[in-house]
Design a protein around this ligand. Structure first.
Ligand SMILES: Cc1ncc(COP(=O)(O)O)c(C=O)c1O
Length: 370
């Protein structure tokens, strides 16, 4: 029934790790929240527009069970990560140590290397399964300053063991940053329970909220320790003070905001995140796991992502070895939308992928499954 809420193509759409489908109600909501304040009256639209961004933060707070003031809009994760690490004096000294995985999204590694050229980045090798606490354990040494963790890894379908990692990183006296780009909307995350130091995320994938509406969340305990370098009048405690000699950081996560903000992406995303906050990530995950289970049951050894609900992301990664190209062609022929990475093809069932979609997928796979 959820498929009625979304604009769905004729194909079986399983690319939710890339771009989620738009809600049918989105055009009207966007018109009302973005165009109407601009076109529909002679007033200056900023009051209405800024309340749209407030709503974006409020919907994120509902989704992740936290406070709106701890969220700051960002254009994308890469830029948010650059701003974040440059704001932390602890990371700006030569030899600061950062731990991450070779399976993190490459852009995150690029941003860290360029923003902190004197830091030492230690990579957990790509072949190690980062869904296992014992793999992390071997790398969590007491000289680390920052641990970068993806809640879900986009190409391996692994889920990081956050409940183990976040307290462990804190115990070591290091900082944690969790990348939720590939998890937000499908893997439940309660920030008031987990309490990492920072999270970075976007809205374009499972949250179906389009590109350009990313966000940085800062733990209340960390706010005072952050001194963003990339600022603008919206990072000021009072943007309308207009005294060029007097900059004071905003006392919320908005200290990371910058100059005149964009509004349109947040108008789109706030509407969609509101839908998913209302539905609840548990419901999406339950449905996702049910569909994943059916795929796991059928494909046998072709499954290269974990088949354990605590260790898998929302995506099944399938690799049929020598037959891989043939399988991809057969699925494309059957009008099934998916994509392929080195590790395997990526298949991501969302709340709107119902019985018919699953039957079409599983039938197309039958000739290749023993
Ligand atoms: C885990 C993960 N992090 C980050 C990103 C994107 O980062 P950015 O918003 O900087 O493009 C992606 C995109 O696919 C991703 O899968």
């Amino acid at each position: 029934m959820y498929q009625n809420d979304f604009e769905m193509p004729k194909s079986v759409y399983l690319l939710n790790h890339s771009v989620g489908r738009p809600l049918k109600s989105l055009r009207q909501a966007f018109d009302e929240r973005f165009f109407l304040p601009w076109q529909g009256s002679g007033r200056e639209p900023w009051g209405d527009w800024l309340s749209v961004v407030e709503d974006f933060r409020a919907q994120l707070a509902r989704l992740f069970n936290s406070e709106a003031r701890l969220f700051c809009p960002q254009v994308n994760l890469s830029s948010g990560l650059t701003k974040l690490v440059q704001s932390l004096p602890r990371l700006r000294h030569p030899g600061a140590v950062i731990l991450m995985s070779e399976n993190d999204f490459p852009s995150m590694g690029f941003a860290l290397q360029q923003a902190l050229p004197e830091a030492q980045i230690r990579f957990i090798p790509a072949e190690l399964d980062v869904s296992l606490p014992e793999v992390w354990q071997a790398y969590l040494t007491d000289d680390i300053d920052l641990v970068f963790i993806s809640h879900a890894y986009s190409n391996t379908g692994q889920q990081a063991p956050l409940d183990y990692l976040v307290p462990k990183v804190r115990q070591l006296g290091a900082l944690s940053v969790v990348d939720v780009a590939q998890a937000a909307g499908v893997l439940p995350l309660d920030l008031s329970v987990l309490e990492p130091d920072f999270i970075l995320g976007s809205s374009v994938k499972w949250l179906c909220g389009g590109p350009g509406a990313a966000y940085l969340w800062v733990n209340a305990e960390q706010l005072a320790h952050c001194s963003p370098q990339d600022v603008g009048w919206f990072s000021h405690e009072n943007p309308f003070e207009f005294d060029i000699y007097h900059f004071r950081y905003h006392d919320s996560a908005l200290k990371f905001w910058g100059g005149t903000p964009s509004v349109a992406p947040y108008a789109i995303a706030a509407h969609s995140i509101g839908y998913f906050a209302e539905l609840g990530a548990n419901k999406v995950r339950q449905h996702n796991l049910m569909q994943l289970q059916r795929i796991w049951n059928q494909v046998g050894e072709a499954l290269v992502s974990p088949s354990d609900s605590a260790r898998c992301s929302g995506t099944a990664i399938l690799n049929f070895g020598a037959a891989q190209q043939q399988v991809v062609e057969a699925l494309t022929q059957a009008d099934i939308s998916l994509d392929v990475r080195k590790q395997g093809m990526r298949i991501s069932p969302h709340i709107y992928n119902g019985e018919q979609d699953m039957q079409r997928l599983l039938e197309a796979l039958v000739p290749f499954c023993r």
